[in-house]
Design a binder for this molecule. Sequence first.
Ligand code: CAA
Length: 394
Amino acid sequence: MVINFTQTNLQLRNMDFSLSEEHIMIRDAARDFAQTELLPGVIERDNKQEFPQALVKKMGALGFMGIMVDPKYGGSGMDTISYVLIMEELSKIDASASVIVSVNNSLVCYGLEAYGTEEQKQKYLTKLATGEFVGAFCLSEPEAGSDATSQKTTAIDKGDHYLINGTKNWITNGGRADVYLVIAQTDKDKGSHGINTFIVEKGTPGFDIGPKEDKLGIRGSDTHTLQFNDVKIPKENRIGTNGSGFRFAMKTLSGGRIGIAAQALGIASGAYELALKYSKVRKAFGTEICNHQAVAFKLADMYTDIEAARMLVMKSAWDKDQGQNYDKSSAMAKLYASKIAMEHTVEAVQIHGGNGFVKDYHVERLMRDAKITQIYEGTSEIQKIVISRSLIKS
Ligand code: CAA
């Protein structure tokens, strides 16, 4: 039997798993920021459900709000590998910070840079990429979450403007954002081809922001329901060609899934590092608990799964940087990284015993934060749809 390795997506030549000096510098800068600026106050922010705008500005000053955006639009001009390194480091400490970064980068800046007009880029992207503005991506609705083509929000063409009506929910950055990318149905009969994306500015008459959701995890990040009642949007605020809104959302979400996979990886590795450290100092039955096989084997499983997740995350980032299709690889990275984040944050709590159940030890927060990575930007079940359809089509 002849095995045809070209059928796999692996390039076995020139495999190099080391990071460049530049990537190491970027990772270390994010690690340093997370330790010095995010760690102090992370428990209080989680309790109070807040994330100060001053910290968002600091992330903007470091270039974290427009990581992959072209410097001519105020971005950092880095690659996707840099993006996942930054996301992992921020997420080890504060997943609320990293979701603000992820949505702004992958769903808003990317969408505008890839599909926006030059005027839209000059007007909005330049401010979003520097952290002067924060963006939100508005796809989910009370009756259209996973089934994203079933948009009920309408945008009616009125000649020189569109009139938007409807409700969006679970919107990350929903309260703090300045710019909202709103996906709405413009022609019901055309199905997924009758959907468009619009730029809506905060403060537009008829656009109302509902109360902040009281969430299990990522409590520092603000999630809101948004109401649109006869919101008048100029024609020039539509992104892309007429009817391209669903494909815009799907392409943008594919990149978003790389960011959330990196977030899940960071949550898992943050929990692992805390568990390892704790197990080396906590004693039971006359020895440090890491010397008990019951704990040591948990650490071995955690580390192995984290390394496997890292390979998938890096592969999807590499696919994007190489200009290859990353729909499947980003779905695989998110599916696996979010699964092990959930499993191993539970194990990290277990290794900490009673201490794991109290807030001061951080692992209970990481466990709560892990859950959303299996839900937002496409549930695990949606990732399996994307992966399996791609396999069957090939
Ligand atoms: N790129 C380009 N086009 C795509 C695409 C992609 N990745 N995926 C689908 N399309 C196109 C299809 O080719 C098809 O086009 P044609 O009609 O021309 O053939 C069209 O879009 C419709 O596609 P499907 O028939 O596959 O649509 P579907 O109804 O079966 O749904 C789905 C596909 C993958 C399940 C999709 O609905 C989906 O991803 N759902 C999950 C939505 C999601 O991730 N929501 C998260 C909310 S955002 C969020 O969480 C942000 C936050 O604040 C953190």
